[in-house]
Design a protein around this ligand. Structure first.
Ligand code: SF4
Ligand code: ZN
Length: 316
């Protein structure tokens, strides 16, 4: 690789989409600077705001917590324990979050899915007949909003990177999910019962966040969630990477141009959508009972029916 554009030392990364080659010393400050630029450009956060950073133990979210803290925001981590026992995934990822909290001297809130769904996300998704990731996404969004709202945070920040965002966008375009597209944005403003949600890494590739974590000595869980192997998004991510390799900058351009013109999709959001507090938990919903509370009831019912059936077979 040719030398660093800033100091002439050996470069470790070539940001071809930005026409920038950087060495191990020049890359981290540039990464932080570019994050700050995204925060300002998309008006994600105001100086000193209280931010709840959703951390999973992975490179993106832990790097995000580190960077937001470095930029002077009043950060608190939120770890959602999904109850994934396979490969000790949940316990290992939690340890990484606790380590980061100690390093930053910041608080880590922990929410355990098992308090609402007895055996965590895997069993609950199975009982609901849903793919683990789709159920998990609903549950995570619910907890993030509930904790942020109850504890008066200004915003929730998530570690979604450019690869995640461009992949989601591509999938939604290909499948014609216009309503989802209209809701995809670097910042989702606060509205009736929803706290503002921001994605400060939305213009950083996965490769960049991984390199940042490595260079800053951030320890993260390297194993992927066991459910991610079946996720269709991996296939689309790979296709986008191949396109970007052939035509550098395509991924960033695809996402940035969409963000610039996303107002054209806003009409796809259900018109006249009225939100009111869920009768059971108080979180905003379009019906009387929110999706989370409905799932909680259904999972409990299906579980006890299953146990009854198993019990009666045992007696036969
Ligand atoms: Fe949840 Fe799926 Fe991500 Fe695993 S891969 S944490 S199940 S969304
Ligand atoms: Zn509810």
């Amino acid at each position: 690789m040719k030398p660093c554009r800033q100091c002439g030392k050996k470069a470790v990364i070539d940001l071809r989409s930005r026409n920038l080659r950087l060495c191990a010393e020049c890359f981290p400050p540039k990464f932080v600077e570019l994050t700050e630029r995204s925060i300002k450009q998309y008006k994600m956060l105001a100086p000193g705001e209280r931010v709840l950073v959703a951390v999973s133990g992975g490179k993106d979210s832990l790097s995000l917590w580190y960077v937001l803290n470095h930029l002077g925001y009043d950060t608190t981590g939120l770890y959602i324990d999904l109850g994934i026992a396979q490969g000790s995934y949940s316990s290992q990822s939690r340890r990484h979050c606790e380590r980061m909290a100690a390093q930053l001297g910041r608080e880590l809130r922990v929410v355990r899915v098992e308090e609402d769904f007895q055996n965590g996300v895997p069993e609950a998704a199975r009982l609901m007949g849903r793919a683990a990731c789709s159920f998990c996404g609903m549950v995570k969004r619910y907890y993030m909003n509930r904790v942020a709202l109850e504890e008066g945070f200004d915003a929730v920040a998530t570690g979604h990177n450019l690869d995640d965002e461009a992949t989601t966008l591509l999938m939604n375009v290909l499948h014609g999910n216009w309503g989802y597209i209209a809701r995809q944005a670097p910042v989702l403003p606060a509205r009736e019962g929803f706290v503002r949600r921001v994605k400060p890494f939305c213009r950083h590739t996965e490769k960049e966040t991984a390199l940042f974590a490595l260079l800053m000595g951030i320890e993260y869980i390297e194993d992927e969630c066991p459910f991610s192997v079946d996720a269709p998004s991996l296939f689309y991510k790979d296709i986008l990477n191949r396109i970007d390799h052939q035509y550098p900058g395509t991924k960033l351009q695809f996402y940035s141009e969409f963000v610039k013109h996303r107002r054209f999709f806003e009409g796809a959001v259900a018109e006249g959508e009225v939100l009111s507090p869920c009768l059971l938990c108080g979180q905003p919903t379009t019906g009387e009972i929110c999706a989370f509370c409905r799932a909680k009831e259904q999972v409990a019912q299906r579980r006890s029916r299953l146990l009854e059936r198993v019990g009666s077979k045992g007696e036969e």
